[in-house]
Design a protein around this ligand. Structure first.
Ligand code: GDP
Length: 327
């Protein structure tokens, strides 16, 4: 039986990856902050079946608890480590991003150093992000596109990416990177625009008279489905060679497209319920963030299963189901 360690197991991707690896017969260990574990124990994590986490071995070690991390890694040997944990708000101003940069870089470095020291055979996955391309000079982006991060989060991910590549190239570890574009699901946090829209659409369909305040509805992203993307993470670590792969749909949709699919699924016209607000406005990229997943499709055989429309409708249905018991 293979044993995997997931950092950030209480997040959206950690949840789906744990579910996927358990289904493949892995023994799954997860790192989470004490508060994250208390949320699991108190059943406070939104809509998460507690059985899933009961089947995992959870460790209350936050990533800045370096002695705790060392203790775990010296005690238990892992076949695969998926490093998903990171502070992740892209809209954060660079000037406010000290914690994001420091924590994300230091935790990645520590984890790699500890694995290299005590179990260099463990395969390491680094959760890269399209934010590493920031303001790209070309579209679609590939593994060769120059990195040009424009946020504290993006900068921390570029540093993590270079750390990961260094441990691969200078220390011979099996370190793979997935450069993942936005990926959503019913477990996405509501500060992300997809979930903000599906939640509001569900509330409005159930009688709320609110107006949904959004930033630029013409803003476009390459939005994929999180459960499809965690399959890519596993495939990257189980490929013959440790490499970097863009994981994306290759298709751009606008915020207005999300609104159209979400509201029409509930028999509503989105324009009647949406207002634009400067508060949420962010400058649009001149060259859009859209990824080319040809390499992972060709070399690893990864395929997208769920379409954008199916994903948004699934998110709306999940939000309606969540809200129903409340009315
Ligand atoms: P990000 O790619 O990690 O920034 O994901 P988000 O879901 O936060 O934002 C995706 C896109 O939606 C960005 O281009 C935002 O500028 C745009 N957007 C438009 N209105 C909103 C809004 O009200 N909230 C958020 N979070 N994003 C918005």
């Amino acid at each position: 039986m293979k044993r995997a360690l997931i950092t950030g197991i209480t997040g959206q991707d950690g949840f789906y990856l744990a579910e996927y690896l358990l289904g493949l017969g892995y023994e799954v260990h997860g790192l989470a902050r004490q508060t994250g574990l208390e949320h699991i124990r108190g059943n406070l994590l939104q809509d998460v079946p507690p059985e899933l986490y009961q089947r995992c071995r959870l460790h209350a070690v936050s990533l800045d608890n370096f002695p705790g991390l060392y203790r775990l890694i010296t005690k238990t040997s892992f076949d695969e480590c998926y490093h998903l944990a990171a502070s992740s708000f892209v809209g954060e101003r660079l000037a406010d991003g000290y914690q994001t940069i420091q924590n994300n870089i230091a935790s990645t470095h520590y984890l790699l150093a500890a694995l290299h020291e005590f179990q260099p055979q463990c395969r390491f996955y680094f959760a890269g992000s399209s934010e590493m391309f920031g303001r790209p000079k070309e579209a679609p982006q590939t593994e060769q596109t120059p990195l040009n991060p424009r946020s504290a989060y993006g900068i921390s991910k570029v540093a993590g990416y270079h750390l990961t590549r260094n441990y691969r190239e200078s220390h011979g570890m099996f370190c793979g990177v997935g450069i993942l574009y936005n990926h959503e699901s019913p477990r996405r946090r509501p500060e992300f625009v997809t979930r903000k829209i599906t939640l509001a659409a569900a509330r409005i369909a159930m009688g709320s008279s609110e107006k949904l305040q959004l930033g630029n509805v013409k803003a476009r992203r390459d939005w994929g489905y999180a459960p499809d993307y965690v399959r890519a993470m596993h495939a990257i670590l189980n490929h013959d060679q440790p490499e970097d792969f863009v994981v994306a749909t290759g298709v751009l949709h606008s915020v207005a497209d999300i609104c159209a699919v979400a509201f029409s699924h509930l028999g509503l016209g989105w324009r009647d319920h949406v207002e634009t607000s400067d508060t949420f406005y962010r400058d649009e990229e001149e060259v859009p963030l859209v990824g080319c997943a040809a390499k992972i499709e060709r070399e690893v055989g990864w395929r997208l299963v769920t379409t954008f429309e199916e994903m948004v409708r699934q998110m709306v249905d999940a939000d309606v189901a969540r809200l129903k018991p409340m009315i």
